[in-house]
Ligand binder design. Structure first.
Ligand SMILES: *Cc1c(COP(=O)(O)O)cnc(C)c1O
Length: 397
């Protein structure tokens, strides 16, 4: 769906989240666009089917439900075209396949979402695209020196998965532009409310809408937004691949969008307060949160982001596995599980050592990734404090 003139185009983003991408008077006055289920869409006559000049032509290619959310996300990302995907990972792979070709070379930040690496190292390699990983903190000139004559794509994620290094996207964009490369950015952490990679110079922004857009841990959804340069590539690739998001999931994504502003503001506030509290805990070696003034790439976050979401990491001082198990297994509010961006708090252990390849990860100690949900902050602190008590009891015994 391409962006079209919208009566709320100049509205504040909070107003836009409420009113954008819906048209009650096209739905008999119902506030929400219903779930349009369907494969077949009828044409009124021979002339119309010959010309294909009808807004909706086939279920896979579009519906009013799909168009509404695509239009809304496109506006928020300041793009030219958004296409919904059945998952965030499908958004990653569709974005890459829209621009990469056999015989080319691609530069990928060492901190991207791990399943994206899996795609690059497997399917993409098999299709003849060579990938090199680079440290997300690389200086502009050093990144430029990694370019090869056939480098055509640079793929980044900021802040990085698990360890939250903020990248200098405008600097990477300068490198990409000078070398005639496409720049792709996974924008899931910030969501388009807190960062707009396209305005920072990227060509394509990727959103795992499963996280904050859906916002309730009840659906899988993705979105790719392209600037004018990449828009046709994206549309052609999407239609050729045949992927499409389910209508029920699109409805849930659209509903999530309406409250995303207030949810994110709450996540920002609670997660930052929790990060500050954890910084004071003796069990913690380091807190990895872009909005903390002491965090190494904080200045980039401050320059390019409007806020922080609910996800950040900590490194524990080294403890035996038993102690970590005692801490995690007894938590009552924090759940252990993948994904994030829903209303609830989550915690998962991770080890960057296991998969970083550009720069070896040398810090000892377990990493923990926390998602701070919408629960009361003091209740959450009590849950973690009791966890630290259990951890210390094992360490001391
Ligand atoms: C979760 C996630 C994805 C993948 O999204 P799914 O909907 O789980 O496929 C992609 N990128 C980032 C940064 C993510 O956190």
């Amino acid at each position: 769906m391409t962006k079209k003139a919208d009566p709320h185009a100049d509205a504040h983003v909070d107003t836009w989240l409420v009113h954008g991408g819906r048209d009650p008077w096209a739905q008999h006055g119902f506030v929400n666009t219903p779930v349009y289920r369907g494969s077949t869409i009828l044409y009124p006559d021979l002339a119309t089917i010959e010309s294909q000049k009808q807004t909706y032509t086939y279920g896979r290619k579009g519906s009013p439900s799909m168009a509404g959310l695509e239009e809304a996300l496109c506006h928020l990302e300041a793009g030219a075209r958004t296409m919904l995907q059945p998952s965030g990972l499908a958004a990653v792979t569709t974005a890459i396949l829209s621009v990469a070709a056999a015989g080319e070379h691609m530069l990928v930040a060492d901190t991207v979402y791990r399943p994206a690496r899996h795609f690059c190292d497997g399917v993409l390699k098999r299709m003849g695209v060579e990938v090199t990983y680079f440290d997300p903190g690389l200086a502009e000139a050093d990144l430029a020196s990694m370019l090869r004559p056939n480098t055509r794509v640079i793929y980044v994620e900021s802040p990085g998965s698990q360890t939250f290094e903020v990248m200098d996207i405008p600097a990477v964009a300068r490198v990409a532009r000078a070398a005639n490369c496409w720049l792709l950015a996974d924008n899931t952490w910030a969501s388009p409310l807190y960062c707009q990679p396209l305005t920072l110079g990227a060509d394509i922004s990727i959103q795992a809408a499963t996280k904050y857009v859906v916002g309730h841990a009840d659906a899988m959804l993705g979105a790719v937004t392209a600037n004018a340069r990449a828009a046709d590539r994206l549309r052609d690739t999407q239609f050729a691949m045949g992927t499409c998001a389910g209508s029920e999931e699109i409805y849930l994504g659209t509903r999530g969008l309406r409250t995303m502003g207030v949810r994110l503001a709450h996540h920002h506030q609670s997660a930052l307060a929790m990060a500050e509290w954890l910084q004071q805990r003796p069990e913690i070696a380091r807190v990895m949160h872009p909005a903390l003034p002491g965090f190494p790439t904080h200045h980039l976050w401050k320059r390019d982001f409007k806020g922080a979401s609910g996800l950040f990491g900590v490194l524990l001082k080294p403890v035996p596995r038993d102690a970590l198990a005692a801490m995690l297994d007894g938590l009552t509010l924090f759940g252990m599980g993948y994904s994030w961006g829903g209303f609830e708090s989550l915690i998962v252990p991770f080890e960057p050592k296991a998969y970083r390849t550009a720069t070896p990860w040398t810090e000892p100690g377990y990493g923990l990734r926390l998602h701070i949900g919408l629960e009361d902050l003091d209740d959450l602190k009590r849950d973690l404090a009791a966890g630290f008590d259990r951890l210390n009891a094992v360490t001391r015994s």
